[in-house]
Design a binder for this molecule. Structure first.
Ligand code: GDP
Length: 441
Protein backbone atom coordinates (compact mmCIF):
# COMPACT_ATOMS: atom_id res chain seq x y z
CA UNK A 1 0.00 0.00 0.00
CA UNK A 2 1.21 3.50 -0.79
CA UNK A 3 2.28 5.38 2.37
CA UNK A 4 -0.31 8.03 3.14
CA UNK A 5 0.85 11.57 2.60
CA UNK A 6 -0.59 13.10 5.75
CA UNK A 7 -0.22 16.61 4.54
CA UNK A 8 -1.95 15.86 1.30
CA UNK A 9 -4.68 13.94 3.13
CA UNK A 10 -5.26 16.89 5.44
CA UNK A 11 -5.49 19.36 2.62
CA UNK A 12 -7.81 17.16 0.68
CA UNK A 13 -10.13 16.65 3.63
CA UNK A 14 -10.25 20.05 5.24
CA UNK A 15 -8.69 22.39 2.74
CA UNK A 16 -10.66 24.99 0.89
CA UNK A 17 -10.73 25.02 -2.87
CA UNK A 18 -9.03 28.12 -4.23
CA UNK A 19 -12.43 29.34 -5.35
CA UNK A 20 -14.48 28.38 -2.30
CA UNK A 21 -17.76 30.20 -2.53
CA UNK A 22 -20.03 29.59 0.39
CA UNK A 23 -22.66 32.18 1.27
CA UNK A 24 -24.98 32.09 4.25
CA UNK A 25 -28.24 33.93 3.94
CA UNK A 26 -29.72 34.97 7.28
CA UNK A 27 -33.06 36.56 8.07
CA UNK A 28 -31.99 39.69 9.97
CA UNK A 29 -35.19 40.34 11.94
CA UNK A 30 -37.96 38.16 13.39
CA UNK A 31 -38.65 36.37 10.10
CA UNK A 32 -40.71 37.03 6.98
CA UNK A 33 -38.07 39.40 5.65
CA UNK A 34 -38.48 38.02 2.14
CA UNK A 35 -35.72 35.40 2.29
CA UNK A 36 -37.49 33.18 -0.26
CA UNK A 37 -37.26 35.76 -3.01
CA UNK A 38 -33.60 36.53 -2.33
CA UNK A 39 -32.53 32.90 -2.09
CA UNK A 40 -34.25 32.35 -5.41
CA UNK A 41 -32.41 35.36 -6.89
CA UNK A 42 -28.99 34.48 -5.42
CA UNK A 43 -29.37 30.79 -6.25
CA UNK A 44 -29.66 31.59 -9.96
CA UNK A 45 -25.90 31.34 -10.47
CA UNK A 46 -25.23 28.78 -7.74
CA UNK A 47 -24.83 25.01 -7.67
CA UNK A 48 -26.24 23.95 -4.35
CA UNK A 49 -28.78 25.40 -1.89
CA UNK A 50 -28.88 23.97 1.62
CA UNK A 51 -31.60 24.54 4.21
CA UNK A 52 -29.85 24.36 7.58
CA UNK A 53 -32.51 24.72 10.28
CA UNK A 54 -36.23 24.83 10.99
CA UNK A 55 -39.06 22.75 9.66
CA UNK A 56 -42.41 23.30 8.05
CA UNK A 57 -43.01 26.28 10.34
CA UNK A 58 -41.19 28.35 7.72
CA UNK A 59 -42.97 29.70 4.69
CA UNK A 60 -40.90 31.21 1.88
CA UNK A 61 -42.82 32.97 -0.86
CA UNK A 62 -41.41 33.23 -4.37
CA UNK A 63 -42.73 33.93 -7.81
CA UNK A 64 -41.93 31.41 -10.51
CA UNK A 65 -42.94 32.45 -14.03
CA UNK A 66 -45.26 34.99 -12.43
CA UNK A 67 -46.95 32.37 -10.25
CA UNK A 68 -46.86 32.59 -6.45
CA UNK A 69 -45.32 29.56 -4.74
CA UNK A 70 -44.95 29.07 -1.00
CA UNK A 71 -42.29 26.58 0.08
CA UNK A 72 -42.24 25.24 3.62
CA UNK A 73 -39.47 22.67 3.63
CA UNK A 74 -37.81 22.47 0.23
CA UNK A 75 -35.01 24.99 -0.28
CA UNK A 76 -35.99 28.03 -2.32
CA UNK A 77 -33.49 27.19 -5.08
CA UNK A 78 -35.46 24.12 -6.13
CA UNK A 79 -36.87 25.80 -9.24
CA UNK A 80 -33.46 26.32 -10.83
CA UNK A 81 -32.96 23.25 -13.02
CA UNK A 82 -29.17 23.15 -12.56
CA UNK A 83 -29.36 23.30 -8.80
CA UNK A 84 -29.06 20.65 -6.17
CA UNK A 85 -31.05 21.20 -2.97
CA UNK A 86 -30.27 19.75 0.41
CA UNK A 87 -31.88 19.53 3.82
CA UNK A 88 -29.05 19.24 6.34
CA UNK A 89 -28.78 17.62 9.79
CA UNK A 90 -30.05 20.70 11.63
CA UNK A 91 -33.51 20.71 10.05
CA UNK A 92 -36.59 18.84 11.22
CA UNK A 93 -38.78 17.20 8.61
CA UNK A 94 -42.49 16.53 8.48
CA UNK A 95 -42.45 13.57 6.08
CA UNK A 96 -46.03 13.61 4.77
CA UNK A 97 -45.87 17.35 4.18
CA UNK A 98 -42.51 17.12 2.47
CA UNK A 99 -43.87 14.46 0.10
CA UNK A 100 -46.88 16.71 -0.62
CA UNK A 101 -44.52 19.62 -1.33
CA UNK A 102 -42.44 17.45 -3.64
CA UNK A 103 -45.60 16.57 -5.58
CA UNK A 104 -46.47 20.25 -5.76
CA UNK A 105 -43.16 21.29 -7.31
CA UNK A 106 -43.22 18.27 -9.65
CA UNK A 107 -46.56 19.58 -10.90
CA UNK A 108 -44.63 22.72 -11.81
CA UNK A 109 -42.22 20.71 -13.94
CA UNK A 110 -39.43 20.44 -11.40
CA UNK A 111 -37.56 17.22 -12.07
CA UNK A 112 -36.80 15.86 -8.61
CA UNK A 113 -34.29 13.04 -8.49
CA UNK A 114 -32.05 11.78 -5.67
CA UNK A 115 -29.18 13.55 -7.44
CA UNK A 116 -31.02 16.86 -7.14
CA UNK A 117 -32.43 16.55 -3.63
CA UNK A 118 -30.37 15.35 -0.69
CA UNK A 119 -32.12 14.57 2.59
CA UNK A 120 -29.81 14.19 5.55
CA UNK A 121 -30.16 10.88 7.37
CA UNK A 122 -29.14 12.86 10.47
CA UNK A 123 -32.05 15.32 10.36
CA UNK A 124 -34.86 14.68 12.80
CA UNK A 125 -38.42 13.71 11.99
CA UNK A 126 -41.54 15.48 13.20
CA UNK A 127 -44.01 12.75 14.12
CA UNK A 128 -47.73 12.98 15.00
CA UNK A 129 -46.56 12.59 18.60
CA UNK A 130 -44.54 15.80 18.46
CA UNK A 131 -47.44 17.71 16.93
CA UNK A 132 -49.70 16.42 19.71
CA UNK A 133 -47.24 17.52 22.41
CA UNK A 134 -46.90 20.98 20.81
CA UNK A 135 -50.69 21.47 20.69
CA UNK A 136 -51.11 20.33 24.28
CA UNK A 137 -48.38 22.62 25.63
CA UNK A 138 -49.48 25.68 23.70
CA UNK A 139 -53.16 25.31 24.62
CA UNK A 140 -52.49 24.60 28.32
CA UNK A 141 -50.07 27.49 28.82
CA UNK A 142 -51.42 30.84 29.98
CA UNK A 143 -48.45 32.64 28.42
CA UNK A 144 -48.21 30.82 25.12
CA UNK A 145 -45.07 31.46 23.06
CA UNK A 146 -47.13 31.62 19.90
CA UNK A 147 -45.66 28.58 18.18
CA UNK A 148 -47.10 27.33 14.91
CA UNK A 149 -48.12 24.07 16.69
CA UNK A 150 -46.38 22.03 14.03
CA UNK A 151 -44.37 19.95 16.47
CA UNK A 152 -41.10 21.76 15.80
CA UNK A 153 -40.21 22.55 19.43
CA UNK A 154 -40.94 19.05 20.79
CA UNK A 155 -38.98 17.47 17.90
CA UNK A 156 -35.90 19.57 18.68
CA UNK A 157 -36.54 18.85 22.38
CA UNK A 158 -36.45 15.09 21.80
CA UNK A 159 -33.34 15.52 19.66
CA UNK A 160 -31.57 17.20 22.60
CA UNK A 161 -32.95 14.56 24.99
CA UNK A 162 -31.56 11.89 22.62
CA UNK A 163 -34.96 10.30 22.19
CA UNK A 164 -35.78 11.62 18.72
CA UNK A 165 -36.28 9.79 15.45
CA UNK A 166 -33.73 10.55 12.74
CA UNK A 167 -34.60 10.50 9.05
CA UNK A 168 -32.26 7.57 8.40
CA UNK A 169 -34.06 5.49 11.03
CA UNK A 170 -37.48 6.68 9.96
CA UNK A 171 -37.08 5.30 6.43
CA UNK A 172 -35.90 1.97 7.85
CA UNK A 173 -39.10 0.11 8.86
CA UNK A 174 -37.40 -1.94 11.59
CA UNK A 175 -35.65 1.06 13.17
CA UNK A 176 -38.90 3.06 12.99
CA UNK A 177 -40.80 0.25 14.74
CA UNK A 178 -38.14 0.14 17.48
CA UNK A 179 -38.55 3.88 18.06
CA UNK A 180 -42.35 3.55 18.27
CA UNK A 181 -41.96 0.65 20.70
CA UNK A 182 -39.57 2.65 22.91
CA UNK A 183 -41.86 5.69 22.94
CA UNK A 184 -44.84 3.49 23.88
CA UNK A 185 -42.84 2.28 26.87
CA UNK A 186 -41.66 5.66 28.13
CA UNK A 187 -44.58 7.98 27.26
CA UNK A 188 -47.91 6.92 28.82
CA UNK A 189 -49.88 8.98 26.30
CA UNK A 190 -48.06 7.62 23.25
CA UNK A 191 -49.95 4.31 22.90
CA UNK A 192 -53.41 5.91 23.22
CA UNK A 193 -52.40 8.55 20.63
CA UNK A 194 -51.34 5.82 18.19
CA UNK A 195 -54.86 4.35 18.50
CA UNK A 196 -56.69 7.68 18.38
CA UNK A 197 -54.76 9.15 15.43
CA UNK A 198 -54.43 6.03 13.32
CA UNK A 199 -54.97 7.95 10.07
CA UNK A 200 -52.21 10.48 10.85
CA UNK A 201 -49.81 7.66 11.78
CA UNK A 202 -50.66 5.75 8.60
CA UNK A 203 -49.89 8.84 6.47
CA UNK A 204 -46.71 9.35 8.49
CA UNK A 205 -45.53 5.80 7.85
CA UNK A 206 -46.57 5.82 4.19
CA UNK A 207 -44.33 8.81 3.40
CA UNK A 208 -41.22 6.82 4.40
CA UNK A 209 -41.08 4.86 1.14
CA UNK A 210 -41.40 8.02 -0.94
CA UNK A 211 -38.53 9.73 0.89
CA UNK A 212 -36.22 6.74 1.20
CA UNK A 213 -34.42 7.18 -2.17
CA UNK A 214 -33.46 10.76 -1.26
CA UNK A 215 -31.90 9.97 2.12
CA UNK A 216 -28.12 10.17 2.12
CA UNK A 217 -25.06 11.48 3.95
CA UNK A 218 -25.97 14.98 2.82
CA UNK A 219 -23.32 16.66 4.97
CA UNK A 220 -20.48 14.67 3.42
CA UNK A 221 -21.80 15.46 -0.07
CA UNK A 222 -22.03 19.16 0.82
CA UNK A 223 -18.45 19.24 2.10
CA UNK A 224 -17.30 17.52 -1.08
CA UNK A 225 -19.13 20.14 -3.15
CA UNK A 226 -17.50 22.92 -1.11
CA UNK A 227 -14.04 21.38 -1.61
CA UNK A 228 -14.73 21.16 -5.32
CA UNK A 229 -15.32 24.92 -5.41
CA UNK A 230 -19.06 24.74 -6.09
CA UNK A 231 -21.15 27.82 -5.37
CA UNK A 232 -23.12 26.97 -2.25
CA UNK A 233 -25.89 28.95 -0.62
CA UNK A 234 -26.88 28.12 2.95
CA UNK A 235 -30.42 29.16 3.71
CA UNK A 236 -31.83 29.94 7.14
CA UNK A 237 -35.52 29.32 7.65
CA UNK A 238 -36.28 31.72 10.51
CA UNK A 239 -34.99 35.15 11.49
CA UNK A 240 -31.87 35.74 13.58
CA UNK A 241 -33.85 37.33 16.42
CA UNK A 242 -35.66 33.99 16.80
CA UNK A 243 -32.37 32.16 17.42
CA UNK A 244 -32.60 29.78 20.38
CA UNK A 245 -29.54 31.26 22.12
CA UNK A 246 -29.25 34.77 20.73
CA UNK A 247 -32.88 35.69 20.10
CA UNK A 248 -35.54 37.09 22.39
CA UNK A 249 -35.86 33.94 24.51
CA UNK A 250 -38.30 32.33 25.22
CA UNK A 251 -40.14 33.87 22.28
CA UNK A 252 -37.85 32.18 19.81
CA UNK A 253 -37.72 29.10 17.64
CA UNK A 254 -36.05 25.89 18.77
CA UNK A 255 -32.96 25.95 16.59
CA UNK A 256 -29.90 28.03 15.72
CA UNK A 257 -31.02 30.38 12.99
CA UNK A 258 -27.82 32.38 12.58
CA UNK A 259 -24.71 31.94 10.46
CA UNK A 260 -23.04 29.83 13.18
CA UNK A 261 -26.04 27.49 13.08
CA UNK A 262 -25.35 26.82 9.41
CA UNK A 263 -21.87 25.46 10.17
CA UNK A 264 -23.13 23.32 13.03
CA UNK A 265 -26.03 21.91 11.04
CA UNK A 266 -23.86 20.86 8.11
CA UNK A 267 -20.67 20.01 9.92
CA UNK A 268 -18.95 22.63 7.82
CA UNK A 269 -15.90 24.37 9.33
CA UNK A 270 -16.69 28.07 9.91
CA UNK A 271 -13.66 29.13 7.89
CA UNK A 272 -15.36 27.86 4.73
CA UNK A 273 -17.95 30.63 4.91
CA UNK A 274 -16.94 33.52 2.67
CA UNK A 275 -19.96 35.75 2.82
CA UNK A 276 -22.91 36.34 5.14
CA UNK A 277 -25.87 38.21 3.72
CA UNK A 278 -28.70 39.44 5.94
CA UNK A 279 -32.20 40.13 4.68
CA UNK A 280 -34.08 42.85 6.57
CA UNK A 281 -37.17 44.82 5.65
CA UNK A 282 -37.31 48.60 5.72
CA UNK A 283 -39.69 48.07 8.62
CA UNK A 284 -40.18 45.15 11.00
CA UNK A 285 -42.79 42.46 11.46
CA UNK A 286 -43.20 39.80 14.08
CA UNK A 287 -45.57 36.82 14.24
CA UNK A 288 -46.71 35.49 17.58
CA UNK A 289 -45.88 36.72 21.06
CA UNK A 290 -42.76 38.40 22.37
CA UNK A 291 -41.25 41.84 22.90
CA UNK A 292 -41.39 44.23 19.95
CA UNK A 293 -40.41 47.78 21.01
CA UNK A 294 -41.13 49.49 17.69
CA UNK A 295 -44.56 47.89 17.21
CA UNK A 296 -47.13 50.26 15.70
CA UNK A 297 -50.67 49.77 16.91
CA UNK A 298 -51.99 52.71 14.95
CA UNK A 299 -53.11 53.61 11.43
CA UNK A 300 -49.57 53.55 10.08
CA UNK A 301 -49.10 50.00 11.36
CA UNK A 302 -52.40 48.96 9.81
CA UNK A 303 -51.46 50.63 6.52
CA UNK A 304 -48.04 48.91 6.35
CA UNK A 305 -49.64 45.56 7.24
CA UNK A 306 -52.25 45.90 4.51
CA UNK A 307 -49.91 47.26 1.84
CA UNK A 308 -47.15 44.79 2.69
CA UNK A 309 -49.65 41.91 2.93
CA UNK A 310 -48.23 40.99 6.27
CA UNK A 311 -50.00 37.72 6.91
CA UNK A 312 -48.07 34.52 7.68
CA UNK A 313 -47.28 32.42 4.59
CA UNK A 314 -47.60 29.26 6.73
CA UNK A 315 -50.35 30.08 9.21
CA UNK A 316 -52.16 33.07 7.67
CA UNK A 317 -51.77 34.80 11.06
CA UNK A 318 -51.62 38.61 10.86
CA UNK A 319 -48.11 39.84 11.53
CA UNK A 320 -47.43 42.61 14.03
CA UNK A 321 -45.84 45.58 12.27
CA UNK A 322 -43.45 48.33 13.43
CA UNK A 323 -40.69 50.76 12.45
CA UNK A 324 -37.20 49.59 11.58
CA UNK A 325 -35.37 48.67 14.77
CA UNK A 326 -31.77 49.78 14.20
CA UNK A 327 -30.58 48.54 17.60
CA UNK A 328 -31.85 45.01 16.97
CA UNK A 329 -30.50 45.06 13.42
CA UNK A 330 -27.05 46.20 14.55
CA UNK A 331 -27.08 43.33 17.07
CA UNK A 332 -27.88 40.85 14.28
CA UNK A 333 -25.09 42.31 12.13
CA UNK A 334 -22.68 41.80 15.02
CA UNK A 335 -23.79 38.31 16.04
CA UNK A 336 -23.76 36.97 12.48
CA UNK A 337 -20.90 38.94 11.00
CA UNK A 338 -23.11 40.22 8.21
CA UNK A 339 -21.05 41.87 5.52
CA UNK A 340 -23.97 42.63 3.26
CA UNK A 341 -27.50 43.64 4.09
CA UNK A 342 -30.58 43.73 1.88
CA UNK A 343 -33.24 46.27 2.82
CA UNK A 344 -36.30 44.62 1.41
CA UNK A 345 -39.83 45.86 0.74
CA UNK A 346 -38.77 49.49 0.56
CA UNK A 347 -41.66 50.03 -1.88
CA UNK A 348 -44.08 49.51 1.00
CA UNK A 349 -42.78 52.63 2.78
CA UNK A 350 -43.51 54.89 -0.22
CA UNK A 351 -46.22 57.47 0.48
CA UNK A 352 -45.60 57.95 4.21
CA UNK A 353 -45.04 61.52 5.42
CA UNK A 354 -42.13 60.34 7.54
CA UNK A 355 -40.29 57.11 8.33
CA UNK A 356 -38.49 56.17 11.53
CA UNK A 357 -35.61 54.07 12.76
CA UNK A 358 -35.15 53.12 16.40
CA UNK A 359 -31.65 54.06 17.58
CA UNK A 360 -31.95 53.31 21.32
CA UNK A 361 -34.42 52.05 23.91
CA UNK A 362 -35.60 53.82 27.04
CA UNK A 363 -36.27 51.58 30.02
CA UNK A 364 -38.24 52.96 33.00
CA UNK A 365 -35.63 51.78 35.53
CA UNK A 366 -32.44 51.23 33.51
CA UNK A 367 -32.61 54.44 31.48
CA UNK A 368 -31.23 54.70 27.95
CA UNK A 369 -30.11 51.39 26.43
CA UNK A 370 -28.05 51.33 23.27
CA UNK A 371 -27.74 47.54 23.01
CA UNK A 372 -30.41 44.86 22.64
CA UNK A 373 -30.93 43.57 26.20
CA UNK A 374 -30.66 39.80 26.76
CA UNK A 375 -33.83 39.80 28.88
CA UNK A 376 -37.19 39.72 27.13
CA UNK A 377 -38.75 41.23 30.27
CA UNK A 378 -36.42 44.24 30.00
CA UNK A 379 -37.02 44.57 26.26
CA UNK A 380 -40.80 44.39 26.77
CA UNK A 381 -40.66 47.37 29.12
CA UNK A 382 -38.61 49.49 26.70
CA UNK A 383 -39.86 52.46 24.71
CA UNK A 384 -38.16 53.12 21.38
CA UNK A 385 -36.07 56.26 20.79
CA UNK A 386 -36.41 57.22 17.13
CA UNK A 387 -34.52 59.06 14.47
CA UNK A 388 -37.14 60.48 12.10
CA UNK A 389 -36.63 60.92 8.35
CA UNK A 390 -38.76 62.70 5.76
CA UNK A 391 -40.80 60.27 3.68
CA UNK A 392 -41.07 60.09 -0.12
CA UNK A 393 -44.06 59.92 -2.41
CA UNK A 394 -42.31 59.21 -5.72
CA UNK A 395 -42.64 55.51 -6.61
CA UNK A 396 -39.30 53.70 -6.31
CA UNK A 397 -38.21 52.35 -9.73
CA UNK A 398 -38.57 48.56 -9.84
CA UNK A 399 -35.07 47.73 -11.04
CA UNK A 400 -31.66 49.23 -11.72
CA UNK A 401 -29.24 51.08 -9.49
CA UNK A 402 -29.79 52.22 -5.91
CA UNK A 403 -28.88 55.67 -7.24
CA UNK A 404 -32.46 55.71 -8.58
CA UNK A 405 -33.92 55.80 -5.07
CA UNK A 406 -35.74 59.03 -4.22
CA UNK A 407 -33.29 61.20 -2.19
CA UNK A 408 -35.29 60.73 1.03
CA UNK A 409 -35.26 56.93 0.65
CA UNK A 410 -31.55 57.09 -0.14
CA UNK A 411 -30.94 59.05 3.08
CA UNK A 412 -32.94 56.48 5.09
CA UNK A 413 -30.99 53.56 3.60
CA UNK A 414 -27.64 55.32 4.15
CA UNK A 415 -28.52 56.09 7.78
CA UNK A 416 -29.58 52.46 8.40
CA UNK A 417 -26.31 51.17 6.88
CA UNK A 418 -24.18 53.59 8.91
CA UNK A 419 -26.03 52.80 12.13
CA UNK A 420 -25.89 49.01 11.71
CA UNK A 421 -22.35 48.81 10.40
CA UNK A 422 -23.13 46.73 7.32
CA UNK A 423 -23.22 47.67 3.68
CA UNK A 424 -26.73 47.80 2.26
CA UNK A 425 -26.04 46.56 -1.25
CA UNK A 426 -29.55 45.66 -2.39
CA UNK A 427 -33.00 47.12 -1.90
CA UNK A 428 -36.27 45.23 -2.51
CA UNK A 429 -38.85 47.01 -4.63
CA UNK A 430 -41.50 44.33 -5.18
CA UNK A 431 -42.20 40.60 -4.80
CA UNK A 432 -40.80 39.46 -8.17
CA UNK A 433 -37.21 38.22 -8.56
CA UNK A 434 -36.35 41.22 -10.74
CA UNK A 435 -37.80 43.74 -8.31
CA UNK A 436 -34.60 45.04 -6.78
CA UNK A 437 -32.13 47.90 -6.91
CA UNK A 438 -28.42 47.15 -6.59
CA UNK A 439 -25.63 49.33 -5.27
CA UNK A 440 -23.16 48.73 -8.05
CA UNK A 441 -25.33 48.81 -11.14
P1 GDP B 1 -39.62 34.81 4.11
O1 GDP B 1 -40.23 33.85 5.06
O2 GDP B 1 -38.49 35.55 4.71
O3 GDP B 1 -39.28 34.19 2.78
O4 GDP B 1 -40.69 35.91 3.79
P2 GDP B 1 -42.19 35.69 3.30
O5 GDP B 1 -42.17 34.95 2.05
O6 GDP B 1 -43.02 35.15 4.40
O7 GDP B 1 -42.68 37.18 3.16
C1 GDP B 1 -42.21 38.00 2.25
C2 GDP B 1 -43.37 38.49 1.43
O8 GDP B 1 -42.99 39.69 0.85
C3 GDP B 1 -43.75 37.58 0.28
O9 GDP B 1 -45.11 37.69 0.01
C4 GDP B 1 -42.92 38.12 -0.85
O10 GDP B 1 -43.48 37.85 -2.13
C5 GDP B 1 -42.96 39.58 -0.57
N1 GDP B 1 -41.79 40.35 -0.98
C6 GDP B 1 -40.48 39.97 -0.97
N2 GDP B 1 -39.70 41.02 -1.32
C7 GDP B 1 -40.52 42.07 -1.54
C8 GDP B 1 -40.29 43.44 -1.86
O11 GDP B 1 -39.19 43.92 -2.02
N3 GDP B 1 -41.43 44.23 -1.97
C9 GDP B 1 -42.68 43.75 -1.80
N4 GDP B 1 -43.72 44.57 -1.94
N5 GDP B 1 -42.90 42.47 -1.47
C10 GDP B 1 -41.85 41.65 -1.33
Amino acid sequence: MEPRDDNHFRQERIGMAASTQVTVLVGAQWGDEGKGKWIDVLAADGDLVVRYQGGNNAGHTLYVAGQKVVLHQLPSGIFHPRQTSALAAGVVINPAQLVAEMHKVRDQDVHLTPARLWLSGRAHVITPWHIHVDEQRESRSKSAIGTTKRGIGPTYGDKAARSGLRVGDYVDAAARARWIQRMTEVEPEFGPLLQRSATAWAAFEAAANALQPFVCDAESLIRTAVRAGKKVLLEGAQGALLDLDHGTYPFVTSSSTGAGGACQSIGLPPRHINRVIGIAKGYVTRVGSGPFPTELQDDIGALLAAKGQEFGATTGRPRRVGWLDGVALRYVVEVNGLDTLVLNKMDILTGLAEVKMCTAYRHPRLGLLTELPWSSDVLSACEPVYQTFPGWSTEIPKSGSMDLLPPEAKAFVAAAAAFCGAEIAMVGTGPGPGDALYKNR
